[in-house]
Design a protein around this ligand. Structure first.
Ligand SMILES: [Zn+2]
Length: 248
């Protein structure tokens, strides 16, 4: 995408989130422009025919779905900075991640044609406004948005999808430091069962170890019970993970 498109999408999505100017918005716009103004390289390990490992420097590709890890890392960094009160730095890294996320909607095969079409298409302001309202401050929500990013069939579709994704992400990353009360409540309710399950899991695991020499047939059953108690506690770990979005 052209750098002007990246900036326009980001500005409109920030506007829909209530961010209408100031240093935070400026930092987000310079973050979203950075990868085009200073193309980045990464070092990749290769193995030669003789089995020797060597390293090559390669330009980071933009129009690819392979930057999902880079995007999530940038958003996590932004989130932590935001919670620490470093709004300008946070916005910069949020913008940086948004650049690669927006580009992942562009089809690499027609990228020039599509990026010109995107540049000539008006921003989907209604979609942006609706997306900003449907956002959800949670790490699994952010991950889901990143996971569903894929190359589109036209420049217009790339623009629309990148706009919606951007408007979903900005409010999720720049959300208040206070977690939604429903999430806190859910975690508190599950806490009791979590303690029971952790204790059960530990007890079965110990029993499995103790039973091993004398009852080799019983041991795997006990180990299985330990694993089952751990797995059934997965929902608690999930809720805890959601709460971590609010801890710096
Ligand atoms: Zn790019």
């Amino acid at each position: 995408m052209r750098v002007g498109t990246h900036r326009a999408i980001t500005r409109a999505a920030a506007y829909a989130t209530g961010l209408r100017g100031g240093p935070v918005l400026e930092a987000m716009l310079s973050g979203v422009a950075f990868p085009d103004i200073h193309p980045e390289e990464e070092v990749q390990a290769r193995v030669s025919r003789s089995g020797r490992v060597y390293f090559v420097r390669r330009r980071i590709r933009h129009h690819t779905a392979r930057n999902k890890g880079r995007v999530m890392r940038a958003f996590l960094k932004a989130r932590k900075l935001w919670l620490r009160g470093k709004g300008v730095e946070a916005a910069y890294w949020l913008g940086y991640g948004l650049h690669y996320l927006q580009d992942s909607y562009v089809n690499p095969r027609n990228h020039l044609r599509d990026e010109n079409e995107a540049w000539g298409t008006p921003l989907p302001l209604n979609l942006i406004a609706n997306a900003a309202k449907s956002s959800n401050p949670s790490p699994s929500f952010v991950k889901q948005v990143i996971a569903t990013a894929a190359p589109m069939g036209s420049g217009r579709l790339a623009l629309e999808n990148a706009s919606v994704a951007t408007a979903l992400i900005i409010p999720a990353v720049l959300a208040d430091a206070a977690p939604p009360s429903t999430l806190v409540e859910e975690c508190r309710e599950m806490r009791g069962m979590h303690i029971v399950k952790t204790a059960l899991s530990a007890a079965f695991a110990t029993a499995a170890l103790l039973a091993l020499p004398a009852f080799p047939l019983l041991s795997p059953i006990l180990a299985g019970a330990a694993i089952a108690a751990y797995v059934s506690d997965g929902k608690y770990r999930e809720v805890r993970g959601e709460l971590n979005w609010f801890r710096h």
